[in-house]
Design a protein around this ligand. Structure first.
Ligand SMILES: [Zn+2]
Length: 840
């Protein structure tokens, strides 16, 4: 059964061309659907804030049923989200989620656009969002997207009127979309954009509402729907054997990093959109009413429409190539259109249809997936025509040189050519364009304006095939790709990328020194080409010491790594700074790390980021030594505690028994453990008994939704959704004399400086009198939240509940977070550790 299911899934994926790097190979049904789409001249832009906000059902419906050109404008790339599939967070997560969106769009037929806004994490209010984003820049990017894409219809995912009730990014996306709707047609707005594109006025703007916006289906049924359009999006597509919602589910399931796997449904399903701008159509099922979506919409289009409707009517599923002469005739007429917007878009569409109808296959494959500037690379070029149509190859252009290759492409007779590509010595390495310059918390910085809005960095190396099809010159541009045969996976495609001749990294991004002892730090150098020779040194803060000054390096083989050890000695007092490794090869310096992102569902990619590690000399005292850690949803708290000298043992609920627990000075429960570990509920009483016998139990944040225990603590404790997202919010000490603020480390305001992303989340808002609230804090305009750190004595030990974001602060090396946590672990402990003998 399992096996059968797998085969079915694989077959589906193949037919949908899900593997983004592999070339699309349309079958006859897909060609026919493309011809229908070629005959529709209308467009829809869907707008929201994050990857995964988009309604894939509606996008798929617009693209596959209505046949509209459909795009999703995600204001951000989702850097602030979680990652369920790997260790990448922040900008690297944004790279993954960008590709997840692109893969989703390949499935549902949409296109993907972005702005320069950065997902900086949760935001309670659009006022805050638009302050941290540069509002003018994001608005200008939305206006640019409208002017470039020229949508007839805009659909917002979110309600612009819900400020303060949902994520500030969401409300902001709707507000900016509405503002841009009114501005895009105004020549005086962002005139610098109007060099190559023109102003544009979309006709209607909708909000994609739903019954849950109104609390219940019942309430929704009662509201006035004069301005609503209802669409039955449950269409079935016989051409690929899937319902619209099955396609949408496959698309949505690409958001794997967010755990958004989705099961498709069949049958009728209503989708509602509410008119915000423009006039309401009389036909409540046609959002394009009054907009000409036929070829008549463009001057000179009528004749094209006449030809292409015939092509659609006469399409021969057994012989798609029979349509080629007429398609070529239409292609010629499209070239003459004055409307450059539709000319360019329809040219690409019809070229792809001609390509598919003739069974053409054009490919330029490099023998390596990575090359360095100055290198030469061998290319294998394949050209074949698999139709009886007369097609001649005129030339192949590669690397700015045109090679004349005049030859008749006889049906099903393939040609292979071998060419050499020389990479310019000044060629920039391949990396996501939005990460190549330093941005701010809220914005990416993109100095090349032509890149703004693009989903990914355009491929630099392409091969252009000039063909003569039915006496008409048509050129096809194919990016150079890398292709191998994997013994298990079969044909595997990867992008062809340029990498620097050397890259360098320090694995630990934060290195904590809990005293003034030196540490040996490994520096890893990777060769981008054969035979690199040079030396490596480190940049570091003044009051630290490094030895040796520099070390020679010699790596014979491309792709090989060498590790050098440097000794780093911290100063005597609390101090922090950056450690930056630098590789010097014949006067050229390299200090970037090459990060590979390699997952099955998205294309392989490399990202170049500055290689720097934060070094922190902590002024920290601690009591207790052995810690048991119960992992919840996953965090790096155990590794962080190990860095400051604790012996940390990870334990599972199954390991929990009185004997095991007695070995530890403290048990720390990882984030959301009471949401994710079903079996932990059976051990709750044993954990309480452990506290009663003198142990310390520290529980980090959980959410009240899907809590697996009734009693989180030995005393009454109620979780809420209270959170403090401003990481600089003032922290008041409610109990300045409490041991947790005084021993062994004296906690001061200094310890709350330099926190990152937030103070904390899901604080309890109600607790029994045995708990002592230690701190008070709140976001702007809100009441004081006192539940971030609660301490209770229970029997001989202590139970501590904290929603403070230690799991975010530790990996950033925030000294105060370490010092406070050491106090929590030390509370009630003697100066000497309880356990003097090593346990395990
Ligand atoms: Zn969102």
């Amino acid at each position: 059964m399992q096996k059968l299911l797998l085969i079915v899934i694989l077959t589906l994926f193949t037919s949908l061309n899900i593997f983004s790097q592999a070339p699309k190979k349309l079958n006859a049904s897909e060609i026919y659907e493309s011809i229908k789409k070629l005959n529709f001249l209308g467009s829809v832009l869907y707008v929201a804030a994050h990857p995964d906000d988009e309604n894939t059902r509606l996008i798929s419906y617009m693209s596959n049923k209505v046949k509209a050109r459909t795009a999703y404008l995600s204001l951000t790339r989702g850097d602030g989200g979680q990652n369920l599939i790997g260790p990448e967070i922040r900008e690297l997560l944004g790279v993954i989620r960008t590709q997840e969106l692109l893969t989703a769009r390949e499935i549902d037929g949409g296109e993907q656009l972005f702005t320069r806004a950065n997902d900086f994490g949760y935001s309670k209010h659009p006022d805050e969002t638009l302050e941290i984003w540069n509002k003018e820049e994001v608005l200008s990017d939305v206006v640019l997207a409208i002017r470039q894409f020229q949508p007839d219809i805009i659909i917002n995912r979110f309600d612009h009127k819900r400020a303060g009730q949902t994520h500030g990014h969401h409300t902001s996306s709707a507000m900016l979309s509405i503002e841009a709707f009114d501005l895009a047609n105004d020549k005086s707005i962002y005139p610098e954009q109007l060099k190559d594109i023109s102003t544009w006025q979309p006709k209607r703007l909708f909000y994609n509402t739903s019954w849950w916006r109104y609390g219940s289906q019942e309430k929704f049924d009662k509201i006035d729907k004069t301005n609503f359009i209802s669409l039955d999006i449950g269409t079935y597509y016989p051409s690929n054997g899937l319902s619209n919602n099955e396609i949408a589910a496959l698309s949505r399931s690409q958001h794997k990093s967010q755990g958004f796997g989705n099961t498709g449904t069949r049958g009728q399903q209503m989708e509602y959109i509410e008119l915000i701008k423009g006039n309401i159509p009389k036909d409540k099922t046609n959002i394009f009413e009054g907009i000409d979506t036929s070829w008549n919409r463009v001057k000179g289009g009528e004749a094209i429409g006449d030809i292409l409707h015939q092509v659609e009517t006469n399409f021969d599923f057994k012989n798609p190539s029979a349509s080629i002469p007429e398609l070529v005739r239409a292609y010629q007429l499209i070239q003459k259109l004055e409307n450059t917007h539709w000319r360019d878009y329809k040219t690409e569409e019809i070229k792809n249809i001609i390509y598919a109808c003739s069974g053409l296959y054009l490919e330029a494959a490099s023998v390596t997936n990575q090359a360095t500037p100055g290198e030469t690379v061998k290319l294998n070029i394949e050209v074949i025509n698999r139709s009886p149509i007369s097609i001649k190859l005129e030339s192949i252009e590669c690397n700015n040189t045109t090679i004349s290759k005049k030859m008749e492409l006889i049906e099903n007779n393939g040609f292979e050519f071998h060419e050499v590509l020389t990479i310019d010595s000044n060629q920039k390495p391949t990396t996501p364009y939005w990460l190549s310059e330093k941005g701010t918390l809220g914005m990416y910085h993109v100095s090349d304006e032509s890149l703004i809005g693009k989903p990914e960095t355009p491929r630099v190396f392409n091969v252009i095939f000039q063909l003569n099809i039915e006496n008409t010159l048509i050129s096809y541009t194919k990016p150079i790709i890398y292709k191998i045969n994997d013994p298990v996976k079969g044909e595997v495609y990867k992008p062809f990328e340029i990498i620097p001749e050397a890259s360098v990294k320090i694995s630990e991004k934060v290195i904590i020194f809990e005293n003034n002892q030196s540490k040996n730090i490994p520096v890893i150098v990777k060769a981008g080409r054969d035979n690199i020779e040079g030396f490596v040194s480190l940049n570091y803060p003044d009051n630290w010491q490094i030895s040796p000054d520099k070390q020679n390096i010699n790596i014979p083989n491309k792709g090989e790594e060498k590790t050098l050890i440097f000794t780093v000695k911290p100063p005597n007092n609390q101090s922090e700074g950056q450690l930056i490794p630098v590789v010097n090869i014949q006067g050229k310096t390299y200090s970037k790390e090459l990060i590979e992102i390699d997952y099955e569902h998205i294309p392989y990619q490399t990202v170049l980021l500055p290689s720097e590690s934060k070094i922190v000399r902590l002024d920290i005292q601690k009591k207790g030594e052995f810690i048991g850690y119960i992992n919840g949803a996953g965090d790096v708290v155990p590794e962080s505690l190990q860095q400051i000298g604790y012996h940390v043992t990870t334990i599972t609920p199954e390991d929990i028994n009185p004997e095991t627990l007695s070995k530890f000075d403290a048990i720390v429960v990882g984030i959301r453990a009471y949401n994710t570990l079903e079996t932990l509920k059976f051990k709750q009483q044993q954990l309480f008994d452990y506290v009663s016998n003198g142990g310390n139990l520290i529980v980090q944040y959980n959410t009240s939704h899907r809590l697996i225990v009734d009693e989180l603590a030995p005393y009454k404790l109620e979780l809420s959704r209270d959170r403090v997202t401003d990481e600089t919010a003032e922290v008041k000490f409610l109990e300045p004399n409490h041991p947790v603020l005084n021993t062994p480390n004296k906690i001061t305001q200094q310890d709350f400086i330099g926190w990152t992303q937030e103070r904390g989340l899901y604080f309890p808002n109600s607790w029994s009198k045995e708990f002592t609230p230690i701190l008070s804090m709140h976001d702007k305009g809100e009441s004081a939240k006192k539940g971030s750190l609660l301490v209770a004595k229970y029997g001989k030990g202590y139970y501590i509940y904290t929603g403070l974001s230690f799991f975010r602060e530790f990996p950033e090396g925030v000294a105060g977070a370490y010092r406070l946590f050491a106090n929590m672990l030390s509370i009630g402990k003697e100066n000497t550790p309880i356990k003097t003998s090593s346990t395990n």
